[in-house]
Ligand binder design. Structure first.
Ligand SMILES: [Zn+2]
Length: 291
C-alpha cells in the first residue's frame, strides 16, 4: 500500500518536472526511484522535505531563465537534470532514510537535514547568485571572475545559501507540526508512515523550531561552501577551444574542451556528493551537541 502511494506521488511530481523540462528521461526514472524509497522508508516529513527542495529548485531554475542562460552554458549540465545529478543530490538522502528505517536513531535524521540543506542551499545559491549585478569573486583568491565560474561566490549567492538552508529547517519543522496535529486528531496513519511519538524518530530532541533552523543553516552553509571550495580547487575544469571560456562540461561550442586543471575523475556530480557528506556531518555534530 505504502509502495503504491510512494510510486503515485513520486511519479506525479517527477512527471510534472519531466513535462516542464527540468528532468531528462533518466532523471525522471531516478527521481521516481529516490522518491518512492523515501516515501516507503521514511515518513511524510522526510518525503515532504525532499519535495520542498525539488519544487522550490525547479521553480527557481525556470525563473528568469533567459537571463541565466548565458552563465548556464558554462556548467557541466544544463537545465534538464539527468540520473547522475538526481542520485548525486538525492541518493545519499535516500540511503539515510533507509538507515533510519533500519535503526531509528536521530543521527540519520540530522544527517538527512544537513544533506538536504546542502543541495537546497547550493541550488538556491546558483540560481539566485547567478542574477547578481556585481561579478563573483573567487572563493580562494578573492579575485573577480566571470559569472558562472566554478568557485565564484557573490554576496547575493551567500545570502541565498543561508536562506536556502533555513528553508529546509523551516519546512521540516512545519511538516513535523502538521503531522503532530494530524496524529493528535486522527490517531496514527499508515499512509503517512507515522505512529504516535514516532514522527521523525527524534521528536523529543528536534521538534523545536530553532534547532531545525540552525541545523539547516549550518549544514547548508558548510555544504555549499565545500562545494564552492572544491569547484575552485580540485574539480575537473576544461577550457573551450572555440570561445576560450572555462567550462565544467566535456564539450562546448560543439567541440571537445581541453582539460586545464582539477582531478580528471572529479566531476560535478562527485563534488556534489562530497559537499553533501560535509553538510550532513556538520548537521550531525551540531544536532548531537544541541541535544
Ligand atoms: Zn565555447
Amino acid at each position: 500500500m505504502e509502495l503504491l502511494w510512494g510510486l503515485a506521488c513520486s511519479t506525479a511530481v517527477g512527471g510534472l518536472a519531466y513535462w516542464r523540462r527540468s528532468l531528462s528521461l533518466s532523471g525522471f526514472l531516478a527521481a521516481v526511484a529516490v522518491g518512492t524509497a523515501m516515501f516507503v522508508w521514511g515518513t511524510v516529513v522526510w518525503f515532504g522535505t525532499l519535495i520542498a527542495f525539488f519544487v522550490s529548485s525547479s521553480l527557481l531554475s525556470s525563473w528568469k531563465r533567459r537571463r541565466k542562460s548565458e552563465a548556464e552554458g558554462v556548467y557541466e549540465k544544463s537545465g534538464r537534470r539527468d540520473a547522475g545529478q538526481v542520485f548525486a543530490n538525492g541518493g545519499l538522502a535516500a540511503i539515510l532514510c533507509g538507515l533510519f528505517a533500519w535503526d531509528p536513531s536521530p543521527i540519520w535524521w540530522y544527517a538527512f537535514l544537513g544533506v538536504m540543506a546542502t543541495v537546497n542551499s547550493d541550488t538556491w545559491a546558483t540560481e539566485i547568485g547567478g542574477l547578481s549585478r556585481t561579478p563573483p569573486r573567487h572563493i580562494r583568491t578573492g579575485r573577480k571572475v566571470k559569472p558562472g565560474t566554478s568557485g565564484g561566490v557573490t554576496r547575493l549567492g551567500m545570502a541565498a545559501t543561508v536562506i536556502g538552508g533555513a528553508f529546509i529547517g523551516a519546512v521540516a519543522w512545519l511538516l513535523e507540526r502538521i503531522t503532530g496535529i494530524w496524529i493528535w486528531s486522527f490517531g496514527s496513519s499508515p499512509i503517512l508512515g507515522v505512529e504516535e511519538g514516532w514522527i521523525s524518530g527524534s521528536a523529543a530532541v528536534s521538534d523545536q523550531w530553532w534547532v531545525l533552523l540552525l541545523l539547516g543553516i549550518a549544514g547548508g552553509t558548510v555544504g555549499s561552501l565545500t562545494d564552492s571550495w572544491l569547484g575552485a580547487t580540485v574539480q575537473r575544469i576544461r577550457r573551450c577551444t572555440v570561445c576560450g571560456r572555462e567550462v565544467e562540461r566535456l564539450t562546448h561550442c560543439g567541440r571537445p574542451a581541453e582539460p586545464i586543471r582539477g582531478w580528471r575523475w572529479f566531476n560535478n556530480d562527485r563534488v556534489n556528493m562530497v559537499s553533501s557528506v560535509a553538510g550532513g556531518l556538520m548537521a550531525v555534530l551540531l544536532g548531537v551537541w544541541l541535544s
